[in-house]
Structures are given as structure tokens and as C-alpha cells.
Design a binder for this molecule. Structure first.
Ligand SMILES: [Zn+2]
Length: 316
């Protein structure tokens, strides 16, 4: 679980829609990326004779290419949506301008409770603003009962409130980063192998006390299991012992997309470190509000929560 989960109801599912083959930018991007882990780097795929096939597979639905812009026609609640357009285009979504990467990629999150439809306004050089409409597919959010967490973490004593608020503020502040790296467009890998013991978005009740929806995915694994970075990034937060989340590491994947790893028994990185996909960053633990050893992996996209499981499933 995640005390940052307590605040919001935002989520994004990662729809990795980097339509490599549909865009004239794709070859440039593949060359620039230079890594086989990049989603856009799929020209060797057996389906590459059909330029739309890899795209459909990656985003799990139909896509709508409009004048060189590629976005899914529909997404799930909690999706992270990655689109592609002209690198000099301007992209507006939800009242803010999105960063467009040097390869024309942009990314945004879809809130857990979003009903849609979403509208993304894109203006390419020499054209008028084109609105792209995206339907939102609703999901079920079952109730999850969690029993046996340390009582002092379920109902923290009043004198702890300040500490919790201070720690939360530090985490929120660390997520302000928004730069041009495209680590978010990698095919994410599991940070640890294990059974999913808690799903993103489920309504949580701790020993009878309702809490905010679960902000990430829990993966059960033995204490001390190595935690690997699911994609490249820069460490933006690292602490050994926060009140609710215990050992805590946040990694920024560029363009405002970040991962958080909680309840760690060991932290192997420090703020400012560059980490590559698969690099060991920490070890699984049961610190903070946890009932047993597991990794909580949460994701954010500019303040909106993302479902890591969807990030993993898409792009396969
Ligand atoms: Zn959790």
C-alpha cells in the first residue's frame, strides 16, 4: 500500500501507443533510440509487413491515425496513454500542454474514475487544431480487505500526523520533474517475480477501516528479494524508513512518468542516480504499513496514477 495512494484517485493505464510503423517519424525514432527495448523499435517484428499490426498489438485496441498523429480510439480507466505526432506539434490535454519529445512522443494518464470521452487537442505546424476523441472503457474495482497491518499504521496516532504529512510532501515534491527523456516508452519488465497480492485501484479496507483505493500493484516475494528497475530512469527519491511506506524509492522515467517502490528492506540507490532497466535498486521488505514481505509498485503520470500491470501487459 501506499500513503501517496491516500490522496488521490488518479491512475493511468499505460497504453503504449508508440505506433512506430505508422509514423514517418518512426524510423528516426528507432535510430535515435538505438535500443531494442524501445517500443517503437519494432521494425523486425514478423508483423511488420502490416504497418498497423504492431500498433494494434501494443495498445490493445484500434488506433486512429490522423494526419500523422497516432492515438488509441479507446483506453481503460487507469491507462497511461502514449501517443505520437509531429515533433513540432503542440498537444493539449486536460487543460495543460503536454511535453512533446524530440521523437514526437507524448504521454498522459487516465484517472481511475474517468468516464470519458477524452479529448486531446493537437496542432501540427501549418494546420488548425485537431481534436482527437478517445473513449474510456470502465473497469471493476473490487473491495480488498487487508487484515493484520500494524495498528499504528492503520490509524496513526495524532502526534505522527505531522511526520506523515512531511514525508508525503517530500514525495509529491520529488515528482515535479518533467524532462525530455523517453524511458517511459520502453517495454517495462517486472521489478520482481511473484504472485500479485494486491491490484491497482481496488478499494481497500484495513481491519475494518476504509482507506483510499490501492495506488499500485503488490507483488508477493520473500524478504530480501532484489528489486530491479522496470525501465530506465533517474532516482528522484530514496529513503530507508518512512512511517507508512517504509523503505521508499521513486524513479522518474521522463515526461512526468514515475515509479514508486515501497516497503523495501534495503535501498541501494540515491537521489540523482541514473538507473537502467533491470538494474538492482533495492530489496523487498515489509516496512511501513505492510502485512508481510511484498513489493508495492505504483506509477504516476503528472499527478495521475497509472496501473503498472497495464504498463506491463501493453507493449508485449
Ligand atoms: Zn500496495
Amino acid at each position: 500500500m501506499n500513503f501517496s495512494c491516500r490522496r488521490a484517485s488518479s491512475w493511468c493505464l499505460i497504453v503504449i501507443a508508440t505506433l512506430a510503423s505508422l509514423s514517418p517519424l518512426s524510423s528516426a525514432r528507432s535510430q535515435a533510440a538505438g535500443t531494442p527495448q524501445k517500443i517503437a523499435a519494432t521494425p523486425a517484428s514478423p508483423t511488420s509487413t502490416d504497418p498497423t499490426a504492431p500498433t494494434k498489438r501494443m495498445i490493445g485496441g484500434d488506433v486512429a491515425p490522423v494526419r500523422g498523429t497516432v492515438l488509441p480510439k479507446s483506453v481503460q480507466q487507469g491507462a497511461l496513454v502514449i501517443g505520437r505526432t509531429h515533433q513540432a506539434a503542440t498537444v493539449e490535454f486536460g487543460g495543460r500542454m503536454l511535453r512533446v519529445s524530440p521523437n514526437g512522443l507524448f504521454v498522459f494518464g487516465v484517472d481511475r474514475d474517468e468516464k470519458g470521452p477524452l479529448v486531446v487537442n493537437i496542432k501540427q505546424p501549418g494546420t488548425t487544431i485537431l481534436p482527437h476523441r478517445i473513449e474510456v472503457r470502465p473497469r471493476d474495482w473490487p473491495i480488498e480487505r487487508v487484515n493484520g497491518a500494524p495498528p499504528k499504521t492503520v490509524n496513526p496516532p495524532p502526534d505522527i500526523a505531522q511526520r506523515i504529512a512531511r514525508e508525503q510532501a517530500l514525495i509529491v515534491a520529488s515528482r515535479k520533474r518533467d524532462d525530455a527523456r523517453e524511458d517511459f516508452a520502453q517495454r517495462f519488465v517486472w521489478p520482481v517475480q511473484g504472485r500479485i497480492s494486491g491490484r491497482f485501484g481496488n478499494q481497500r479496507i484495513y481491519d475494518g477501516t476504509p482507506k483510499s483505493p490501492h495506488g499500485g500493484m503488490d507483488i508477493a516475494a520473500p524478504n530480501g528479494t532484489a528489486v530491479k528497475s522496470p525501465a530506465g530512469g533517474i532516482v528522484i527519491f530514496a529513503a530507508k524508513d518512512l512511517y507508512l511506506t517504509g523503505g521508499t524509492v521513486l524513479i522518474d522515467h521522463g515526461a512526468g512518468v514515475s515509479s514508486n517502490f515501497l516497503h523495501l528492506s534495503r535501498v541501494d540507490v540515491k537521489v540523482g542516480d541514473r538507473v537502467e532497466q533491470g538494474q538492482i535498486i533495492a530489496a523487498v521488505g515489509a516496512t511501513g504499513r505492510a502485512t508481510g514481505p511484498h513489493l508495492h509498485w505504483g506509477m504516476h503520470c503528472n499527478g495521475v496514477r497509472v496501473d503498472p500491470l497495464l504498463v506491463l501487459e501493453l507493449g508485449k
